[in-house]
Design a protein around this ligand. Structure first.
Ligand code: ADP
Ligand code: ADP
Length: 224
């Protein structure tokens, strides 16, 4: 479940070529890390997989299905944004319940699932707070818990640790890895931090100016 295939993807913004003929396969259950300098096309790949943007050419298959053929509410993809994108006027619990309510999950069932996801990410005692009453690391966990509740077959993480300070980044990296091992959900993770790419991905794809230069296990990519 959750195999991704990118075929000959191209995307330009005006004169800027963001992606130039990108082919990539992510295996079901794998964590693939996209690494490369700022502007190399990493976020564009995530947005295309999420269906938040369309390619100019090529196609994206998730479990063999062309993403553009699947209506948004049927896409089993959850994206965690760099700035977490939490609703500031809702409590942590409200943030977790929001998507479940939209999907018309019964209140008691939604409550049970939200609390269970919060426990899993160690934020069970923050449910009554508002996002601005929590730390950066806690907000990161709220965003992950909310993504968890979508029960995705694919996680897309856009620099999920970038806004954390170094010690927290290190601790959260370990948690992220444990969560991935535990869930076994296909994950595409974007970073420009080489240490993160070394430790977080089963495989690493190195992007440069809209092209994939290398794909392989971290040791292999960084030994060359
Ligand atoms: P990365 O995530 O590696 O930093 P991006 O995928 O965000 O790179 O961007 C790739 C290139 O496409 C950059 O040159 C960026 O400026 C450009 N780009 C991305 N999104 C847009 C957009 N919505 N409008 C204009 N240019 C964009
Ligand atoms: P739900 O989360 O239950 O789908 P939302 O109102 O939050 O309800 O989302 C509406 C639509 O926006 C979703 O069907 C989905 O396509 C898209 N969407 C929302 N959140 C995300 C996310 N984290 N990653 C990717 N797509 C999302």
């Amino acid at each position: 479940h959750g195999a991704i295939r990118l075929e000959s993807l191209t995307r330009s913004y005006g004169r800027v070529v963001a992606l130039d003929d990108v082919d990539l396969e992510v295996r079901a259950g794998e964590m693939m890390t996209l690494v490369g300098p700022s502007g190399s096309g990493k976020s564009t790949i995530l947005r295309l997989i999420a269906g938040l943007d369309r390619p100019d050419g090529g196609r994206i298959l998730v479990d063999g299905q062309d993403v553009s053929q699947v209506p948004p509410h049927r896409r089993a993809v959850a994206m965690v944004f760099q700035d977490f994108a939490l609703y500031p006027h809702l409590t942590v619990l409200g943030n977790l319940l929001f998507g479940l309510r939209v999907r018309r999950v019964r209140r008691d069932e939604a409550d049970r699932r939200a609390r269970s996801a919060a426990e899993r990410l160690g934020i069970g005692d923050l449910l009554d707070r508002y996002p601005d009453q929590t730390s950066g690391g806690q907000r990161q966990r709220i965003a992950l818990a909310r993504a968890l509740l979508r029960e995705p077959t694919v996680y897309l993480l856009d620099e999920p640790l970038a806004s954390l300070d170094a010690p927290l980044r290190f601790a959260t990296r370990a948690d992220l890895l444990a969560l991935h091992r535990d869930l076994g959900t296909t994950t595409v993770h974007v970073t420009h931090d080489q240490a993160e790419a070394m430790t977080l991905g089963d495989r690493v794809a190195v992007l440069d100016r809209g092209r994939i230069r290398q794909v392989g296990p971290p040791q292999q990519v960084y030994d060359e």
